[in-house]
Design a protein. Sequence first.
Length: 255
Amino acid sequence: MIKRRILTAVVAVFSLLIVFGGWLLTNELLNRQHFDLMNTVHSISATEPPEAELGAEPAKVTLSTQEIANILKVWQSSQRQHYHDPYDGQLTMEEAIKAANSGLSYFCENGVLPKDLLESDFTQINAVLYDTQAPRVVVPAEGSPASDPAYSFWSVSASNREVSILLTLNAYTGQIWWAEIRLITQTIDFSSTNILDLLEQYEAYLGLSGSGSLKSNSDYATQSYENDQIGIIVYKKTGESGYYDLLNFSLTSAR
């Protein structure tokens, strides 16, 4: 009788352990799935950037100069930005990261950015999509116009112990409209980067022509287009140690 009671108690204890262990395992799996989902929605972390075709042709301009100027004015204003999921016609997160990597490859393969950037093993790659318009309202069946997809931008960042890169891509065209590359160590150097060569390649990347006035020196250059509706600014700066540790090139509304 005593042995039977002991056996019953042991079986009950093991049953509780199995139930409790299964509950913990299920919770752990659910937590991991939730964490992976949040990472997928908001950012991507990788030991290497997504593969892109090196030397690929730059994206073709699909917006008029006036449209670009209008978008830039909104981007440069103090209008509130908000995160959102891609609208119809906009790049997905994976497409945005690929476009960013392909754009950098274009400049590196054309000799205006150090090729060492292509060989960097980035420990963190993030991409977030922002809109500079009012929050999108669901379009009724009869349909008032939805938010213009060209007014959103992907902010793509990549970093490691040597370099920090921040790119702003138009969410509709996939082109880099603003780039900041900051060096953390002297492993990579911008001393051989020619400002005018970079401006020329950036102009070709964007498909711009018919340039207006040009102002430049060894560290700074600006070029206007289409009766000064838009412009390109390129500059690099030296750090405290005396070497060039910041490179910036961007589109801007010239008016």
